[in-house]
Structures are given as C-alpha cells and as structure tokens.
Design a protein around this ligand. Structure first.
Ligand code: SF4
Length: 74
C-alpha cells in the first residue's frame, strides 16, 4: 500500500485543525480557516498521513493508494 493522493473536502471541513496538529507538514489552514493539503504532503510518512485522516472529526480527509482505491475512509 502506497499513499499517492490526499484530499480535503472543503465543503466538509469544519476547521478543527486536528489534522494540522497531527501532520503539520501535510496540512495547513487557509485564510478561510479550512484545511488544505500542503505541496509536500506526500513526503510525510504514510502512518502520519493516515492517522491525521483518521483524526478528522468529520472525515473530510480522503486518502488514496496507487490503484486509485480510497484507503480512508474505507
Ligand atoms: S481535521 Fe478535518 S475538520 Fe479539522 S481542519 Fe483537518 S480536515 Fe478540517
């Protein structure tokens, strides 16, 4: 399993910043207080990315593997 894509759904994100705390190199809040995926997010280790996605209270972070399969939420 290799994470090749991480997305944040702007419509779902409530700006709790949990992901920013969990993986500050992968996520940041934009000027509207919504999480965005940082340019080098995929350089962050996979466990940290996955844990950040799992920590999101509204499951706004989606993680995909190289087959295009959504790893989380499953
Ligand atoms: S943890 Fe989820 S709701 Fe909170 S800022 Fe990140 S994406 Fe948005």
């Amino acid at each position: 399993m290799k994470i090749v894509k991480v997305t944040v759904s702007r419509d779902i994100c409530i700006g709790s910043a949990t992901c920013v705390v969990m993986a500050p190199d992968a996520f940041e809040l934009d000027s509207e207080g919504i999480s965005v995926v940082k340019t080098d997010a995929l350089k962050v280790d996979q466990e940290t990315l996955l844990n950040a996605a799992k920590s999101c209270p509204v499951q706004a972070i989606h993680v995909f593997d190289e087959d295009g399969t959504r790893i989380f939420p499953a």
